[in-house]
Ligand binder design. Structure first.
Ligand code: EZ4
Ligand code: CO
Length: 409
């Protein structure tokens, strides 16, 4: 079954998305997500200039061989631009195979291992009362597990606080990337952060009790020793996980954190191959794999890394921000439904405009997600709607310390 067309669609309904469309000779269409927040056009060019023409006349059924061809024939391996491009091809081919078989992709991956995926939502506040309101709102929406982020006294802007004003005056909400021609500068103070966060979790436990699974994202900003201290200080509050406590390029750092604390650790939203997880999984330095289908080369490698992690009782916690398109989200929800070692799925709904462009089957009911039973991934793009939202330049913010030094954001 030959591929006869490969097209890249860049659209910006609320935020930018890059989508690959593959068409076969018998009229099947498959969709893949290649969105890389703040660097979207690099992936679009990689696909348009270097990949699309290689897909014409290939057999759409050969998913694994096409993945290996794109990975190995480039010679230059890995990296977010390459792996988001390969991810889009992989997803689109799984979408086509499901449509040809008349089955949702999770059935092709072994069938459902559970009824639906439990999720966590993002609660946040500029202060404790605003945080409590946000937690209550998320519980009312059905979420059973809650990520907690707050402003830090003395820090003007910090990642993950929805009500905070961006430099443009808009609310942050779920989307940290700000539209405009330059990235926005924010500030950071690790000592203030380490003092404040345990007090926040103490207040949340006092108000909401011991049962709700609570999560927190350190967003790569701590040293190993600082992360070890935060993990220890948070132990009384029984976190479900502490995420990205250190920049995980230095994997030895995790041994220091691991030796110091029993707070569970989740890492890997910026990872793009199984090699990035090899040491962390083999040495059991993490508890949750934070990869996202879109940035990890697609459905095929996500299934493989989870099968490897299963040997060590390490579970999934796939990255699910709104910069993963509905296609990428569907792809990892199919994987999460099929694998035995599913942990939890991060989830926040896409905007109305995004849902107008991406017509999805995904169901969020009482805090649980299901990808639906449409053949393939279950997402179709309305290309006319997509064309009405042209690309708009946007950048993630960055941090500088009080003395002007660049710091991880
Ligand atoms: O900042 O995806 O856990 N979630 C996160 C995300 C990332 C964004 C960057 O584009 O850390 O919100
Ligand atoms: Co994160």
């Amino acid at each position: 079954m030959k591929i006869i067309a490969a097209d890249v669609i860049v659209t910006s309904p609320t935020r930018n998305f890059v989508t690959l469309k593959l068409t076969t000779e018998d009229g099947y269409v498959g969709w893949g997500d290649a969105t890389l927040n703040g660097r979207e056009l690099a992936v679009a060019a990689y696909l348009r200039e270097h990949v699309c023409q290689l897909l014409i006349d290939r057999d759409a059924h050969r998913i694994e061989d096409t993945w290996q061809f794109l990975y190995r024939s480039a010679y230059w391996r890995r990296g977010p631009v390459t792996m988001a491009s390969i991810a889009a091809v992989d997803m689109a081919l799984w979408d086509i195979k499901g449509k040809v078989a008349g089955l949702p992709v999770y059935q092709l991956l072994g069938g459902a291992s559970r009824n639906a995926l439990r999720t966590y939502g993002h609660a946040s506040g500029r202060d404790i009362p605003e945080l409590f309101d946000s937690i209550r709102e998320h519980l009312d929406l059905g979420y059973k597990s809650i990520r907690v982020q707050t402003s830090i006294p003395g820090v003007k802007a910090v990642y993950g606080v929805a009500a905070q004003r961006q430099a443009t005056g808009e609310r942050y909400d779920y989307e940290p990337a700000g539209r405009g021609v330059t990235p926005k500068e924010e500030d950071w103070d690790t000592r203030a952060y380490l003092r404040h966060v345990p007090r926040v979790f103490e207040a949340v436990r006092n108000e909401f009790g011991p049962e709700i699974p609570l999560l927190h994202d350190g967003h790569h900003r701590m040293t190993p020793l600082e992360a070890a201290r935060l993990g220890k200080d948070l132990e009384p509050y029984d976190l479900y996980w502490l995420e990205d406590c250190t920049p995980a390029e230095n994997q030895d750092a995790l041994r220091t954190v691991r030796a110091a604390t029993t707070t569970p650790l989740a890492i890997g939203e910026v990872f793009n191959t199984v090699w990035d997880f090899q040491t962390l999984i083999r040495e059991q330095l993490i508890d949750y794999v934070r990869a996202a289908s879109t940035h990890f080369g697609g459905i095929s490698p996500l299934k493989k890394v989870m099968d490897y992690a299963a040997q060590y009782q390490i579970k999934s916690g796939f990255h699910g921000p709104t910069d993963i398109s509905p296609v990428g989200m569907a792809a990892q929800v199919h994987v999460g439904l099929a694998i035995h070692n599913f942990g939890i799925q991060e989830y926040m709904p896409h905007s109305g405009a995004t849902n107008e462009v991406f017509q999805q089957q995904i169901r969020f009911v009482d805090g649980y997600l299901h990808p639906g039973d449409a053949p393939g991934l279950g997402v179709e793009i309305d290309e006319a709607a997509a064309a009405a939202y042209p690309y708009q330049q946007a950048y993630l913010p960055f941090n500088r310390l009080a003395d002007g030094t660049m710091h991880d954001w």
